[in-house]
Design a protein around this ligand. Structure first.
Ligand code: DX5
Ligand code: ZN
Length: 221
């Protein structure tokens, strides 16, 4: 399974965003993770369509848009139009999850479903056929730089099991507190896509950090 590293620009310096993006692109990032927060679903506000459009102009890497917003369907068209490659919505904010996921695919994007640490995997079981990506949150969303919740490992393993059981080829993404300390265990549990904000952008050399994270996703003896 290919390991994909997705730097979250939440921890980038917005004053020199173009430089920060170029740096992680050159460092081997596989996609750029954009954390959209609305101050309602999560207690923080970040950015929306304009930022997606700005980042789109800076890189040809896929844009992995993580929508921590209530009523995500209000933004599907504009985000897809701005250049989102994939849109991930939270099941906690999506009462019509199947329809919403189908709509994302209709717009030509990959469809992702995210679950908070307190949300059971059962909530996504019925829509496995409708997802291209399952995002298991390993922190409570809202802020970068939080500590990885250890109980996430067992959940990631169960998520892997569930996807395999359904013969799903959906990516299994983990977001929150991913660092040199945690990534190996997260990979062993079965994740293939790793979001990292703080670990990459506060590193003295973010490019080395991306490589270091990737190199930890191997079997050790
Ligand atoms: C948290 C966001 C994350 C965040 C990860 O609400 O969804 O993508 O940027 O940041 P780190 O890697 O710093 O935990
Ligand atoms: Zn995120």
């Amino acid at each position: 399974m290919k390991v994909r590293i997705a730097p979250s620009i939440l921890s980038a310096d917005f004053g020199k965003l173009a430089d920060d993006i170029a740096m992680v692109v050159d460092g081997g990032a596989d996609m750029i993770h954009l954390d959209v927060m609305d101050g309602h679903f999560v207690p923080n506000i970040t950015f929306g369509e304009k930022m997606i459009g700005a980042v789109k102009k800076l890189t040809s890497l896929p844009l992995d848009v993580h929508m921590m917003v209530s009523e995500p369907e209000k933004y599907f068209e504009s985000f897809a139009g701005a250049g989102a490659s994939g849109m991930t919505i939270h099941v906690e904010a999506a009462p019509h999850l199947q329809r919403q996921l189908a709509r994302i695919r209709q717009l030509g994007c990959w469809a992702g479903a995210a679950i908070n640490p307190g949300t059971s995997l059962v909530s996504v079981r019925e829509v496995v056929a409708d997802i291209d990506l399952l995002l298991v949150m390993s922190v409570n969303p809202g802020f970068g730089g939080q500590e990885f919740i250890p109980a996430s490992l067992d959940k990631i393993a169960r998520a892997r099991h569930m996807l395999d059981e359904f013969r799903s080829s959906a990516a299994l993404e983990v977001d929150g507190g991913v660092s040199r300390e945690t990534i190996h265990d997260v990979w062993r549990a079965g994740a293939d896509t790793f979001v990292a904000g703080n670990a990459i952008f506060t590193a003295s050399n973010p490019q080395v950090e991306i490589k270091a994270l990737r190199m930890l996703c191997v079997e050790t003896v």
